[in-house]
Write a protein of this length. Structure first.
Length: 281
């Protein structure tokens, strides 16, 4: 299976085995660079090595995906593996518990380093968020300089910073939104999904009708009902990334919004949505 899709992970499922990981993301097990023109200085380190090393640190794979190749080409080799530690859990009120995640993207084409982002997986909705933490999400490990010690340093940095992440979430829970703020958050989120910067001149041309905004803000479950920023953000984030609702620009034809299938777009949209929400704290 070689598809560009984020795989779902429910609370009652187990962590991914090597066989499942290989089915979802065969490029993680590549034994040589997929680009024949890589520099002689390029030290090949496959993703399997990172998977094995993260397991030593208690982090196990829960999601995996890879970019589709074009034709028979395998040079388009960017792929993603998300990891979760069963011993590290964020306990929320009313059962809104979540697990921190480390999301790694890699490429075996000799042009990109390992890149790490921080994610949060909510058990209540089986939905993952990606935290827009510029300092950590931009942390890279170059292939030619990879060591287990450096990887451990990156993981420790993420774990040590978790209290700050929890504080941000708590701040979001304490911020009550007006109806106008909720409407704007939903509209700006739709713009982000469409690749349009909120507040830009182009954004002025995109006005979604009232029913679309209402649909985006309508919670799928009672646990997400409320006016605080955390709950509203989670409702909006789930709708924008998972789709399954109808939208229409004012005066235009109604269309069904579908799930984002590209893991790269999913990560990008998630981070931008998080920035959008935390700007309201």
């Amino acid at each position: 299976m070689s598809q560009d899709v984020m795989l779902s992970f429910a609370d009652n499922q187990t962590y991914m085995s090597k066989e499942q990981l290989k089915d979802a993301c065969p490029l993680a097990f590549a034994q040589a660079p997929t680009n024949p023109d890589v520099s002689g200085k390029y030290l090949f380190v496959n993703t399997e090595t990172i998977v094995d090393d993260l397991e030593k640190l208690g982090w196990l794979p829960v999601q995996a995906a890879q970019r589709k190749g074009r034709g028979k080409s395998t040079i388009f080799s960017k792929h993603m593996v998300a990891f979760q530690n069963p011993d590290i859990k964020i306990t929320g009120k009313d059962g809104d518990d979540s697990f921190p995640r480390i999301i790694m993207t890699n490429s075996h084409d000799g042009m990109q380093a390992f890149k790490f982002s921080v994610g949060i997986f909510r058990l209540v909705c089986s939905n993952g968020l990606v935290v827009a933490d510029e300092q950590f999400s931009d942390f890279k490990i170059k292939h030619k300089g990879y060591t287990f010690e450096e990887l451990r340093s990156v993981v420790n940095e993420a774990v040590n910073d978790l209290p700050n992440k929890v504080q941000v979430l708590n701040d979001m829970k304490n911020r009550i939104l007006t109806q106008e703020e909720k409407n704007k958050l939903a509209l700006d989120a739709m713009l982000i999904r469409a690749g349009i910067e909120p507040g830009s001149d182009k954004a002025k041309e995109f006005n979604y009708d009232a029913e679309t905004i209402e649909d985006i803000l309508d919670p799928k479950r009672d646990a997400d009902k409320g006016d605080n920023l955390w709950k509203v953000f989670n409702v909006v984030q789930e709708k924008i990334t998972q789709g399954d609702f109808h939208a229409a620009l004012t005066g235009a034809k109604v269309r069904k919004v579908r799930k984002i299938k590209s893991f790269e777009k999913d990560l990008k949209v998630n981070k931008e949505l998080f920035k959008l929400a935390t700007a309201l704290v």
